[in-house]
Design a protein around this ligand. Structure first.
Ligand code: AGP
Length: 609
């Protein structure tokens, strides 16, 4: 997820661009850049680091310019660096582009372009757009952009500035957001509304497949067929802060609702176009390597650790390979039994958690291959691991991790499928069936999110409770652990997750009248057992909130409240069943007036022991 801006008008374009980029830093902040016309020639200035670093480098920029584009990056392809920052030039340096999204077929496009003599200056997927526009250009910038994006598979919001057309900007979008700001004699383009709020509250929301051309005479929008589109003006009533949160009251709620997009982005280009196999080109584990591993050890902290718990169940189920999961703070001091035939997987949203980084170093010191799953390109964990798989969740601002968790879990499934294929423990048909279930998840998650009001009602009813228990068996137990942490860390309610079969070995003593117990009941093979545990709770007058797949009369008949998830195979249920728990925690904390995005005593990334 990156932030893009464009400006055309009568103000100093560079200052408008920088101001807009600062308001989009929540969309990405590992590098930034601007392109503008100076005495008719196209200039690009871009720097690794925050926007302040770019601003510093621009101080020597002394010519006033009234047209430009800008970008603040959250790296997906190519580490954060000056060269990989946007904007990107074509070979002739007559075109500059900024892009938000992921070009799935960039590798083949790059190869074809290089074979036709194009020279690349970066490792990014975006740069192919600049060269495609260069090739397609026959005098009309808008047509060139339309021809270029027609060759692209993936997601994009792209803005183009050309030296040949000092009077206009052109832009296109597919799957990534883009708005046009309508000022008084000036026009704006941006990924998101906050960037343009200081200048105008009147915008056009660009729709899928549309291309916009901005000149001082106005804005012309065409659809993918080139037909003119008449747009309604959308008047923005949010204040700047609310706009940064996309209109949501908290970043956490915004990020919960971003999960379908984050899942789609993380899946993108990691499944064959015909959807029958997993493709993890970013790792160099050979089939022999995969077959040679005798054990996998997953190491992480907090929510990432809970994603690892799901990973254990999933990888063992699919690849029949022993998987142990350990807290990084324990692993690093327990003199772990490891040898070079072990694969160690470290999971970390920030890629900077001290305990996880120390565990990674411990594993490498013992000769293990280390694979990192992280959300931050170029983070310490990414740099020090042998292999890296990125979650493409975009920046996660709220301390309570949500979209990072579900995308980490998704990567666990992809690894499980890869290992199952190479170890021959699942047939191609079985693999394709699981992939089909994974590809349905973003849409199914959108259905789950539609139940937010029901979940809010439950939170309003139970937010005064001082103890909540989460029960589950198998994969549901792993998700119950995450549900308990979410509730604890933002509502400050004591919450505990328990293996449902373990309840009667002690904790049942704490279940008395009115104590809420969230029972996850998505695992068909142990459903009856889970329901009997729920009956144990009911017999002690506990209050049960059941979470199940579809219409499950077993759970209906025993729970006080039921949250139904779309029918899906039990194996992939965790990515859906965690969402009601995230929303429950959010609304419990909201009802208790807690500081949801910045809970007391906690930090987003624990970079100390
Ligand atoms: C999760 O909601 C917490 N904020 C915390 O447990 C977090 O998951 C943990 O600190 C690990 O962080 P990392 O993923 O950045 O390594």
């Amino acid at each position: 997820m990156c932030g893009i801006v464009g400006y055309l008008g009568n103000q100093d374009a560079v200052s408008v661009l920088l101001n807009g980029l600062k308001r989009l830093e929540y969309r990405g902040y590992d590098s930034a850049g601007v392109a503008f016309l100076n005495d008719g020639s196209l200039k690009v200035k871009k720097k690794k680091g925050r926007i302040a670093v770019l601003e510093e480098s621009l101080n020597s920029q002394n010519k006033r310019t009234t047209i430009g584009i800008g970008h603040t990056r959250w790296a997906t392809h190519g580490r954060p660096s000056d060269e990989n920052a946007h904007p990107h030039y074509d070979c002739t340096k007559k075109f500059a582009v900024v892009h938000n999204g992921i070009i799935e077929n960039y590798a083949e496009l790059r190869e074809q372009l290089q074979a036709r003599g194009h020279r690349f200056a970066s490792e990014t997927d975006t740069e192919v757009l600049a060269h495609l526009i260069e090739e397609a250009y026959r005098g009309d910038l808008c047509t060139a952009l339309r021809d270029a994006v027609r060759q692209v598979r993936g997601s994009y919001a792209v803005v183009v500035l050309s030296e040949y057309h000092p009077d206009r900007l052109v832009a296109a979008r597919k799957d990534s957001p883009l708005v046009v700001g309508l000022g008084d004699g000036e026009y704006f383009l941006a990924s998101d509304i906050p960037a343009i709020l200081p200048y105008t509250r009147n915008v056009y929301l660009i729709s899928e497949g549309e291309v916009a051309e901005l000149t001082l005479d106005g804005v012309r929008i065409v659809n993918s067929k080139g037909e003119p589109v008449a747009k309604e003006v959308f008047h923005v009533s949010w204040d700047a802060d609310a706009a940064e949160r996309g209109g949501y009251p908290h970043f956490m709620l915004k990020e919960i609702f971003e999960q379908p997009r984050a899942l789609r982005d993380t899946l993108r280009s990691r499944i064959t176009p015909w959807g029958d196999d997993v493709v993890l080109k970013e790792i160099s584990l050979s089939p022999e390597d995969i077959r040679s591993f005798t054990k996998i050890t997953i190491v992480a902290c907090g929510t990432a650790y809970h994603a690892g718990l799901v990973g254990k169940y999933v990888i063992e189920k699919l690849a029949r390979l022993p998987v142990e999961v350990d807290l990084a703070s324990e692993f690093r001091y327990r003199d772990p039994l490891l040898d070079p035939r072990n694969l160690v997987i470290v999971i970390s949203q920030s890629g900077e958690t001290a305990d996880t980084l120390a565990a990674l170093r411990e594993a490498r010191a013992r000769g293990c291959r280390v694979l990192a799953v992280t959300n931050v390109v170029g983070s310490s964990v990414a740099r020090e691991a042998d292999e890296v798989i990125y979650t493409w969740a975009g920046p996660e601002i709220a301390v309570a991790s949500t979209k990072a968790y579900t995308t980490q879990v998704l990567v666990m499934y992809l690894l499980g499928l890869l290992f199952a294929r190479e170890r021959g423990t699942k047939t191609p048909a079985e693999i394709a069936e699981i992939i089909a279930a994974l590809q349905k998840l973003p849409g199914q998650m959108e259905q789950v999110l539609e139940q937010q009001d029901l979940i809010k009602e439950l939170a309003d009813k139970y937010h005064a409770c001082e103890d909540v228990f989460f029960l589950g068996r198998g994969l549901d137990y792993a998700v119950a652990m995450e549900g308990a942490l979410k509730l604890k860390e933002i509502s400050y309610i004591h919450a505990e997750a328990y293996a449902a079969g373990e309840l009667k070995h002690g904790t049942l003593a704490l279940i008395v009248e009115g104590v809420p117990v969230v029972a996850l009941a998505t695992q068909a093979d142990v459903l009856e057992k889970l329901v009997s545990n729920v009956k144990e709770v009911k017999a002690r007058e506990g209050t049960v909130i059941g979470i199940c797949l579809g219409n499950n009369e077993l759970v209906d008949g025993t729970s006080d409240h039921v949250i139904r998830l779309p029918e899906s195979p039990s194996l992939v249920a965790p990515i859906l069943s965690v969402v009601p728990l995230q929303l429950f925690a959010y609304y419990m904390a909201a009802a208790r007036g807690c500081d949801i995005d910045k809970p007391r005593n906690l930090a987003k990334s624990v970079t100390v022991e």
